[in-house]
Unconditional design. Structure first.
Length: 623
């Protein structure tokens, strides 16, 4: 069954996979007007005058005729009942519509109706003809949300209450009372990490929008979360990202819902679109449903089925021994309620699909995978992740621009390096053009925003104008090839702003298959007289430019590269590949030897060292 989503950015959804509704803005607006007035027919004259005020009626009707033709071609010939004078939505057509579901259930089932509201009607379609209808739906949604919240409180249904509060917070991210209640609810259910994320996001929003800090009451709620018993913490090997996930609240909820219905869910999309971040956020938000653990499995660089099984077994705590790893894995997961988050599967899709099939048949495990394309498993539910919403290029109002996800992410990352920057009417159009040129790709936005500390918004805009392709307001959705080109240009732009020493080091870092520290980098990637301190400074500068991710493990800073960035690095440094691989293998084989102490006396230290270096050790052994 296919659903036309008009709440939020218009899209067509089929079996959990969503793609943009490739219709011109006027066609979308016409369809929205028709559906908002269902089941009554609307006169063509009324629609034409609403969409093209001030234009001669014959010309307006001709414009409408063309838009209706495009809409019928995209949505299906049976979607609209069209005659010479009127247009009506066909109640018997196979295409479902979220707005019609909202209208039909708002009185009898307020929570079900509220679930349909993913954002304002036809978000991104800037047409005054929709203003009154949008406002009406928004008022009804707020009323439904209040009803559903009250019912959930009265019934004691904490899951339903949490869902209602989360939606209310999405509507008004600065409402501290809602944030406090949701924090306490998450903490009471054992999900302290989620409660802390709510507080951190609220604090950032208040600082960015109002220049204030959370109130004393909210600080008291934070103290309660921090003092809560940590014994109820979720079991996971996921390291919480250092930066927040921005403007993906609805996607998290959708993936969460898919996981309750399907044993295998895949998040698909081009590199840099944010698949891994979404998977981690969705997994952590659902962690209370998996008392036996949420386990992250990284498959970048893994090519053989045996190695895939070893990675899964290690993450889930299965001991393979000398037996068949598939048997060990299924035995370890038998009757356990676990979630496996399997990342970067595009190069081993067939093997992952078969392994997931075995696990689906023989265990109760749920699997959430990320890949650039579907696994093509029979039982797979695929969610096609697109870029963040971008505003129309001519939009000049700060209040209007800040509602778009791409702008929210850009401003949060810019403010991290330049706290004085504020979104206002004077710079709204420049910011809209920047994120539009980046096609709403989160990684590209982060790369550009990271330079906000050294360049003004106007300078950022000027620098990327000649390098990055622009998205036209009424243009069709961009394909994977175009998004790849945009990501490539953003990476090259960021690389070209580096100094000579930073560029030389960046071209070599692809040799690391997993996390590394400054010592490993100094031995493997450096030639000449550079000191360890020099390398530490260069790595820090690359991390500041968002080309590396860093985290502290046992008081040591470790670095990683996202896959699109690693691939770009490899394309620049292919000439040195053989030398780098040899030095990498020599270093990690020596590393294993240095830590080869007797298990009886140094077992824990040995295991920690080997687990931390696992990906690089396996890569060294293969090469």
């Amino acid at each position: 069954m296919t659903t036309l989503r008009l709440f939020g950015h218009p899209a067509l959804e089929h079996k959990g996979a969503r793609r943009p509704a490739n219709l011109p803005p006027k066609a979308i607006a016409a369809v929205a007007l028709i559906i908002a007035n269902a089941p009554r027919p609307l006169s063509r004259d009324r629609i034409a005058q609403a969409l093209w005020p001030g234009i001669d009626p014959p010309q307006a009707r001709a414009n409408l005729r063309r838009q209706l033709y495009v809409a019928a071609k995209t949505l299906g010939r049976d979607a609209l009942l069209i005659d010479r004078e009127t247009v009506q939505w066909n109640p018997s057509c196979a295409l479902q519509v979220d707005a019609l579901h909202f209208d039909a259930h708002h009185a009898s089932d307020p929570e079900s109706a509220a679930q349909q509201y993913l954002g304002e009607l036809c978000e991104g379609v800037d047409d005054p003809a929709l203003d009154e209808i949008r406002a009406g739906y928004a008022r009804r949604y707020e009323s439904l949300l209040a009803q559903a919240t009250a019912r959930a409180r009265e019934s004691g249904d904490r899951d339903a209450l949490a869902r209602c509060l989360q939606r209310a917070l999405q509507q008004d991210p600065l409402d501290e009372e809602i944030a406090r209640e949701l924090m306490r609810l998450r903490c009471a259910s054992g999900d302290r990490a989620s409660a802390l994320r709510i507080y951190n996001q609220l604090s950032r929003d208040l600082q960015r929008e109002l220049g204030t800090l959370p109130s004393e009451d909210t600080g008291a709620a934070l103290d309660q979360v921090l003092s809560a018993d940590a014994s109820s913490a979720i079991r996971t090997n996921i390291v919480a990202p250092q930066t927040s996930l921005v403007a993906r609240e609805q996607e998290v909820e959708t993936v969460h819902a898919l996981l309750t219905q399907h044993c295998l869910v895949s998040i698909i999309g081009p590199g840099g679109i944010g698949k891994t971040r979404l998977a981690i956020a969705a997994a952590l938000s659902a962690a209370q449903l998996y008392p036996d653990g949420v386990w992250f499995v990284e498959l970048a660089g893994v090519k053989e089925r045996h190695a895939i099984l070893e990675r899964m077994s290690a993450a889930a705590g299965a001991r393979c021994g000398s037996g068949e790893p598939e048997e060990a894995l299924t035995e370890a997961l038998h009757r356990k309620r676990v979630l496996l988050v399997i990342d970067n599967c595009e190069h081993v899709r067939s093997d992952v699909s078969k392994i997931c099939g075995v696990l689906a048949d023989r265990t109760a495990a749920r699997m959430l995978v990320t890949s650039r394309s579907k696994l093509a498993a029979e039982f797979e539910a695929a969610y096609d992740l697109g870029g963040l919403a971008i505003p129309p290029l001519q939009m000049r109002s700060a209040d209007a621009v800040r509602r778009y996800g791409a702008v929210r992410l850009f401003m949060e990352r810019v403010c991290a390096v330049a706290p004085h920057v504020r979104l206002n009417d004077a710079n709204a159009q420049v910011i809209a053009e920047i994120v539009s040129r980046l096609d709403g790709i989160p990684l590209a936005i982060e790369l550009i925003a990271a330079r906000g500390g050294m360049l003004t918004l106007e300078a950022l805009h000027k620098r990327i104008t000649s390098n990055l392709s622009i998205v036209t307001r009424a243009g069709a959705a961009r394909g994977a090839t175009e998004r790849h080109a945009t990501m490539e240009r953003a990476l090259r732009w960021s690389y070209e702003l580096l100094g000579t020493a930073e560029q030389a080091l960046f071209r070599r870092l692809y040799v690391f298959a997993g996390p590394w520290d400054a010592d490993a980098c100094h031995v493997v990637c450096v030639e000449g007289s550079s000191t360890l301190n020099d390398i530490s400074n260069l790595l820090s500068q690359l991390a500041d430019a968002s080309l590396l991710r860093r985290r502290i493990v046992n008081d040591t800073v470790h670095y990683t590269m996202l896959q699109p960035i690693r691939q770009f690095s490899e394309s620049l440094g292919a000439d040195e590949r053989e030398t780098l691989i040899r030095k990498h293998a020599e270093y990690y084989i020596a590393f294993a030897g240095r830590h080869d102490a007797p298990m009886e006396t140094h077992g824990d230290d040995y295991l920690r060292a080997m687990v931390g270096a696992e990906e690089n050790l396996l890569f060294a052994l293969r090469t």
